[in-house]
Ligand binder design. Structure first.
Ligand SMILES: [Zn+2]
Length: 280
């Protein structure tokens, strides 16, 4: 599943391809996406058709396509909200190019290209935001770990938490953008076992935040982690998998101490850690 670095890589690649281009139409496959829900095609068309794309941003794991509010009927802060789910991909391709299987939403752009949302497993989501800031999912997101979260606020939240540190870091209402891969890597960096009560890390909030930022920045610098599905807007895989210390490395020697990396399942999700470097 794409996490913050993968979404950031996509946003950086997509911006220059679509900025300033007018949306001429919106198409939907008719198939339900996230939780089988229907796309609000009418809402997307009302919001976007005839307007230019002002820019592309990221909020947590969401991609926000800003629509230029200029002219009659324009709405400030309006745009298209995209979540990639498990297998969502975005591509900008000429209208004449064959659409990939599992193409579910298409924005026709002035000049003949299409911005295509492709999603084999259909856990992704595309929805109009009028304005985007009032979308329930976006409004519920916590601060961005790279740009908004500070160590003091993190320390306060950790001290009051009643959950294990892994669950704390995965909770999008507390911190937006982290997932299984980068949480595993950040916990390895600070030497914390994933089941350690979050409050026990309150005094190390500075160090934890630095570790979170370091693993995210590493991911962005290597254009994301591709284990199976993730590709950027050019269809290229990310290089960060080779830089991971614990995630996906069950049985391999720890880069720090040589002990075999372990994998356990917590609430249906795999957790990777070094049994020697990350004690409870
Ligand atoms: Zn180790």
């Amino acid at each position: 599943m794409p996490e913050l670095p993968e979404v950031e890589t996509i946003v950086r690649g997509l911006g220059p391809l679509v900025r300033g281009r007018r949306i001429e139409g919106v198409w939907w496959s008719g198939q339900g996406l996230h939780l089988g829900r229907k796309i609000d095609l009418r809402g997307l068309r009302a919001l976007a058709v005839g307007r230019a794309i002002a820019g592309v941003r990221r909020r947590g794991k969401y991609i926000l396509v800003d629509v230029d509010p200029g002219g009659q009927g324009g709405e400030a802060g309006a745009g298209i909200i995209i979540h990639l789910g498990m297998t969502g991909r975005l591509r900008v391709q000429p209208k004449a190019a064959l659409r990939l299987p599992h193409t579910h939403v298409v924005l026709a752009l002035a000049g003949g290209d299409e911005l295509r949302f492709v999603d084999a497993r259909r856990f992704g989501w595309v929805t109009p935001g009028r304005p985007m800031a009032e979308d329930a999912a976006l409004a519920a997101l916590g601060p961005d770990p790279l740009t908004e979260l500070d160590a003091e606020a993190l320390a306060t939240a950790l001290a009051a938490a009643r959950t294990p540190i892994k669950a704390f870091l995965l909770d999008q209402r507390r911190i937006a953008g982290l997932g299984n891969i980068y949480v595993a890597e950040a916990l390895f960096r600070v030497g914390a076992h994933p089941t350690t009560p979050a409050r026990r890390l309150a005094r190390r909030a500075n160090e934890l935040l630095a570790a979170v930022r370091a693993v995210l920045e590493s991911g962005i610098a290597r254009r994301g982690t591709t284990l199976r599905d993730y590709v950027d807007v050019d269809g290229e895989r990310g290089d960060n998998a080779a830089a991971l210390s614990v995630y996906g490395r069950e049985g391999e020697p720890c880069v720090r101490c040589g002990a075999p990396i372990r994998r356990r399942i917590d609430s249906g999700r795999a957790t990777f850690f070094c049994p020697r470097c990350q004690r409870r």
